[in-house]
Design a protein around this ligand. Structure first.
Ligand SMILES: Cc1cc2nc3c(=O)[nH]c(=O)nc-3n(C[C@H](O)[C@H](O)[C@H](O)COP(=O)(O)OP(=O)(O)OC[C@H]3O[C@@H](n4cnc5c(N)ncnc54)[C@H](O)[C@@H]3O)c2cc1C
Length: 397
């Protein structure tokens, strides 16, 4: 016999946003059910930040997020700040440290964050079904009916927290986008983001031998601009600067890269104008040697500086400061850290994350068209949007 179980809210997806939302709503008196289809809980948290989870960023601002509707994230981020999550982490006695630029990591292991969220859910009396596949979902009247192999669950509120498409082997699915489509809500087309970029065969012949070289650069594309490290790989480009700019890159776009942002290159080269030193040797004093040799060979400029005209030196400086390269693609969802795009925020209330058209239907976390920069911003969005929805669920009860 198919027994129906009633809750105040059903949350689908027990990742960062889903667990935060469940804990907040549960602790405020809601009877909450959390449904997860994967065999393990918070798996993306566990693998994040190299196993140490970069769980927030102290300098989190709306400007650190990309969305078709850039102001949408303001309200939730203002009501649940990095300091709020840090206070939670401290209450649970989890050691942490700042690595760089406001990025906070666990001293021990990311599993401590998963365990902390589990304890928070337990203290809110949250019920679980895991692993549990959702087989059907409908919305007759003012309630949602979720059918699963473990029974039918009914609630007046349904929260979709199923994340994006990144790393499908640990549970990612297009479920959230499908539910949005089922209810006629717009979705900004998803794309891999924070992802290494690839070169075509021709570029690989030229630059493939540079694999392993890392250097500081400034990269610009599509309105984004980042100064950080770039890494040449056997498939193209990676490193934090490239991961960041990949969130702004569209197929066909050129990246504009300054390969020596710390120097006034033109003045530096002109200052050595009469020198008998070869240009590749001079560049090797500020670049990895392998890059200096290869760059000068590719550009036919390995001569002594006193054999290079002012015009040629200007061209060389400009080539290094404005290297234009068109990647052929990205390494896709298996290597991406997040999914850009998602449920169109114009469909949602920025205060509660509820659908403006379907009462009681909420979307939180990465499934929403809000994508953070690298450095703890994506988790902060998951916590903040989960917290906003959790609060709203308790108020609506
Ligand atoms: C390798 C890696 C490292 C990262 N490191 C960091 C970092 O250090 N700092 C940072 O800020 N961000 C990091 N991120 C990004 C961050 O993990 C995500 O932005 C964040 O987890 C999003 O939270 P979420 O709850 O929206 O989605 P998720 O955490 O992805 O959770 C979604 C959950 O829904 C479940 N689900 C999916 N479909 C269904 C379905 N049909 N039925 C039931 N359940 C379903 C999934 O199994 C998953 O448990 C990293 C991502 C990756 C891939």
């Amino acid at each position: 016999m198919n027994v129906s179980h009633r809750f105040d809210a059903i949350i689908i997806g027990a990742g960062a946003a889903g667990m935060m939302c469940a804990a907040v709503a549960g602790q405020r008196g809601c009877r909450v059910l959390l449904i997860e289809h994967y065999t393990k809980l918070g798996e993306k948290i566990r693998i994040s930040g190299g196993g140490r989870c970069n769980f927030t960023n102290l300098h989190c601002r709306p400007e650190n997020y990309i969305s078709d509707n850039p102001d949408f994230c303001r309200s939730a981020l203002a009501r649940y700040r990095p300091a709020d999550f840090v206070a939670l982490v401290e209450r649970h006695g989890i050691g942490y440290h700042e690595k760089a630029r406001g990025q906070l990591f666990c001293d021990g292991s990311a599993t401590q964050i998963v365990a902390m969220l589990e304890r928070e859910c337990a203290s809110g009396g949250v019920e679980w079904r895991m692993p549990c596949e959702v087989e059907g979902l409908h919305n007759p009247g003012e309630r949602f009916v979720v059918s699963t192999a473990q029974g039918e669950f009914i609630a007046p509120a349904l929260v979709i927290a199923t994340g994006g498409l990144t790393v499908p082997k640990i549970g990612a699915s297009p479920f959230g986008y499908r539910i949005a489509a089922q209810f006629g809500l717009a979705v900004v087309p998803p794309q891999p983001a924070l992802v290494p970029l690839t070169f075509d065969a021709e570029l690989l012949i030229r630059f493939g031998s540079l694999a392993g070289i890392s250097l500081e650069c400034e990269v610009r594309c599509g309105g984004g601009r980042f100064r950080d490290h770039l890494l040449f790989t056997h498939r193209g480009l990676s490193g934090p600067a490239i991961l960041q700019i990949s969130s702004y890159w569209q197929p066909g776009d050129a990246l504009e890269i300054d390969l020596l942002p710390a120097l006034d290159l033109q003045a530096w080269l002109t200052g050595q104008r009469g020198s008998r030193q070869r240009l590749d040797n001079l560049l090797a004093s500020v670049w990895p040697k392998r890059l200096a040799l290869a760059w000068c060979e590719m550009n036919g400029c390995a001569q002594p500086l006193n054999q290079l005209s002012d015009k040629r030196l200007r061209e060389i400086a400009s080539g290094i400061r404005n290297w234009r390269v068109v990647p052929s693609g990205t390494q896709g969802y298996n290597k991406a850290e997040v999914t850009r795009g998602g449920v169109d925020t114009r469909e949602l209330s920025s205060k509660t994350m509820t659908s403006l058209r379907v009462p009681g239907l909420y979307f939180i976390g990465e499934v929403v068209d809000v994508t953070g920069h690298l450095g703890g911003f994506n988790f902060q969005w998951a916590w903040a949007s989960g917290h906003a929805a959790g609060h709203a669920l308790a108020l609506a009860r």
